[in-house]
Design a protein around this ligand. Structure first.
Ligand code: NAD
Length: 362
């Protein structure tokens, strides 16, 4: 089992170190190789996704990714900015399906910005299409406007587009995932104003006929944004396009109390995947040793389950995370009165200790 470890920038290096520590204690035959990505790679090699890093990622069964980016790179040409590394990896590895679970742990209900009764027991899976939509559509650019409301003025434009096969494959992923859960899919679109999302809705409806055991409903993205804060437990599997999924999955993240708790997986058709926390590189807290490593540790658990076929090892990590939370340990982002505040390393150590204790007992 070969894992490419790409810590990246900011807190990326701190949180990935903890996930690697947890993987090492499982005593499984991993081969882990680390490479630079993002701003760190730009500094060393002049590019956020050097060929050597891409080659390593392609050869691996899975990529464990931290986060990339820092405001200091915001003035670089867009292709050289750290965030381009994530887009490049997704594109080159064909990672079209992004799984973002939003689970509210009982111990953290009070950390949510919503009332406890709205989030207690929350377990949503947002499936976001990752390789199409307005983030990749061509043409795009800046120019002098040839027409429109202000001819001759500077303008910028992007292209939203989806093809039928792209929608079909993500729809199938969503229906299959729903079969393993409570057999409900909500497809989120904006078919009332966008041609792209009328096609989306038509195709998802057609594919849905192959899954008569799964209930399908459709919701406009503006309504979905409202419902996620009004009655989030109504959702089970949510499937949507790249841009809407980007926004809604962050909104769902907040329901659970902290973005520092949320893992994610991005998979291609051969189950090769990139696993990363849902949050970014958090430059505001980088180097302080206070970042929450649990999203990355839980991403490593998803990696074991979806790409490395080690579901029991994934269970061991997830159960250790629950134990650690139950014991009252909290990083600053999830801290509440009466709990024990710990740093990044102590949190990682506690997960390792819980796994080791259970292994010894077993
Ligand atoms: P962010 O997710 O990095 O941070 C948002 C807020 O959440 C900050 O206050 C941060 O301190 C906090 N936070 C994030 N992760 C945390 C953790 N593990 N523990 C405790 N607190 C945590 O988003 P941002 O500030 O908008 O972006 C910062 C940089 O990250 C930007 O350069 C952005 O482009 C990049 N980014 C990268 C990725 C990625 O690598 N996939 C994703 C999103 C943003």
């Amino acid at each position: 089992m070969k894992i490419a470890v790409l810590p990246g920038d900011g807190i990326g290096t701190e949180i990935v170190a903890e996930a690697v520590k947890v993987l090492n204690v499982l005593d499984l035959p991993f081969e882990m190789e680390t490479a630079l990505v993002g701003g760190a790679a730009y500094e060393a090699h002049g590019h956020p996704l050097p060929d050597s890093t891409l080659k390593l990622a392609k050869q691996a069964d899975a990529v464990l990714f931290g986060a990339v980016g820092d405001w200091k790179y915001d003035t670089l040409d867009r292709p050289l900015r750290p965030e381009q590394a994530v887009l490049g990896l997704r594109k080159n590895l064909g990672l079209f399906a992004n799984f973002r679970p939003a689970i509210c742990y009982d111990e953290l209900v009070s950390a949510s910005s919503l009332k406890p009764e709205l989030v207690s027991g929350l377990d949503i899976l947002i499936i976001r299409e990752l390789t199409g939509d307005i983030y990749f559509g061509q043409p795009r650019g800046r120019r002098v406007s040839p027409d429109g409301h202000f001819p001759g003025a500077e303008e910028a434009f992007d292209t939203m587009r989806y093809s039928r096969p792209e929608i079909e494959r993500i729809a199938r992923v969503a229906f299959e995932a729903a079969r393993k859960r409570s057999k409900r899919v909500t497809s989120v679109d904006k078919a009332n104003v966008l041609e792209t999302f009328q096609l989306w809705k038509d195709v998802v409806t057609e594919i849905g006929k192959d899954y008569p055991d799964v209930a399908l409903d459709h919701m406009y993205v503006d309504n979905a944004a409202m419902q996620l804060v009004k009655a989030p437990k109504k959702f089970d599997v949510v499937v949507t396009g790249n841009m809407f999924g980007d926004i809604l999955s962050d909104e769902a993240a907040m329901l659970t109390g902290s973005i520092g708790m949320l893992p994610s997986a991005s998979l291609n058709s051969s189950s090769q995947g990139l696993y990363e926390p849902s949050h970014g590189s958090a430059p505001d807290i980088a180097g302080k040793g206070i970042a929450n490593p649990l999203a990355t540790i839980l991403s490593a658990a998803m990696m074991l389950r979806y790409s490395l076929n080690q579901p029991q090892a994934a269970d061991r990590i997830e159960s250790a995370v629950k134990d650690v939370l139950a014991s009252g340990l909290r990083t600053a982002d999830i801290y509440s009165e009466g709990k024990t505040r710990v740093g990044t390393r102590e949190m990682g150590d506690a997960v390792v200790a819980s796994i080791t204790k259970k292994t010894t007992k077993g």
